[in-house]
Design a protein around this ligand. Sequence first.
Ligand code: ASP
Length: 467
Amino acid sequence: MLRTWIGDIVDQSGKEADLFGWVDNRRDHGKIIFIDLRDKSGICQVVFGPWSGKELYEQAQKLRNEWVIKVSGLIKERPENMVNKNIPTGTVEVEAKSLEILNSSLTPPFEVTTDGHDVGEEIRMKYRYLDLRRPRMQLNLNLRHRVVKFIRDFLNEYKFIEVETPALTKSTPEGARDYVVPSRLYPGKFFALPQSPQQYKQLLMVAGVERYFQIARCFRDEDTRGDRQPEFTQLDLEMSFVEREDVMELNERLLIDLVKNCTPEKKIQQIPFPRMTYKESMDKYGTDRPDLREDKNDPNLLAFCWIIDFPFFEKTDEGGWTFTHNPFSAPRPEFMDMLLKKENIADILTTQYDVALNGFEIGGGSIRSHTPEALKKVFEIMGFSEDRIVKNFGHMLEALGYGAPPHGGIAWGLDRLVTLLSNEPNIREVIAFPKTGDARDLMMDAPSELEKKQLEELNIEIKKPKK
Ligand code: ASP
């Protein structure tokens, strides 16, 4: 189709153009009607006047905001004093020769031409398809796309392949509550949606894939906060035959190149990224994701840092032990003996590395236990019975027994990274269809009840909800 993108018309004066888009604004000046026309590439001014003829002029009079139209006309330089410096196409305008109304629009419940920060969240989420029309939201979606594309291209150069892993799986012990899906074929049994592809990516290492990544959807049934969502996206990756240093180095390079490429206006405060141990960070900043920016008023300053040498275990409220980050992590090599002997548990340090940016954790990973003995000890330290270990992790222990290579990886919180790169206040601004702060999809009206028949098929009876 011969379509002219609005963003491209600046250098095309003297040419005829077929433009498609939404009426952003209409100004009726009696003899002349101005339309601001918007498509995904930009906004331009279209003019209807005496040259348009009576019929066309009358059609233009009917136009209202957010109507969808096709306009054909002549692209013309504007006289010097009519140039609009506020829009990139402000040096030109389009003299309309024909107009086709492709669809009308109801009056939108809010302005879609503003940045929308002052519009209530409920109404924005209910009409997300309108909210996304804002230039700000379009820019965010675009940035996200460019970030993901950059990651894919970069990792491809380093011999990574993207592999999809299942959404219907078994519960992973990532420390949060699982979302579960009842099985129709096996009444009383449930799948869990993955909190992360952790086990699958390790099994891909056993499978000889050696370098895996995935732009992966993860699900955690937690109380939603500003930077949390029930479902969110990770850049998940795993590599074989690596040590901690290798994974950190590759990720640091990827982050630096990504920032240079996708957000060149940003400045990285310190390269190589500073590193500190968990203890140093806690002692000095009282947190394990310190905000190291020298100038916190600078919206374009990015202060990345690595935090390493976390304790592997911490005490539970009941007085037992649990992992601080990831049960599949290996201890630092000098602590392997302690782990295998289950001695001095509080002193064991893990290979975990976290990467923080401006006070937010944007990623974390580790080198993994690649022998069944080491992994099993972790669960023993956590007080799991032999039975429970076999039932929950038997498949992992077995797989590690079949020549599992040494391996390690990382996962980035992609939504959070894009939020910081776009200077948005929370991750909902960079997710096309997020849940509300209280974990609902107001546009689709989810979660919702099921039909009686569906419940019967699933063998599920609903108890009266507690008041
Ligand atoms: N699976 C871990 C997480 O989601 C990250 C990793 O260790 O690769 O936090």
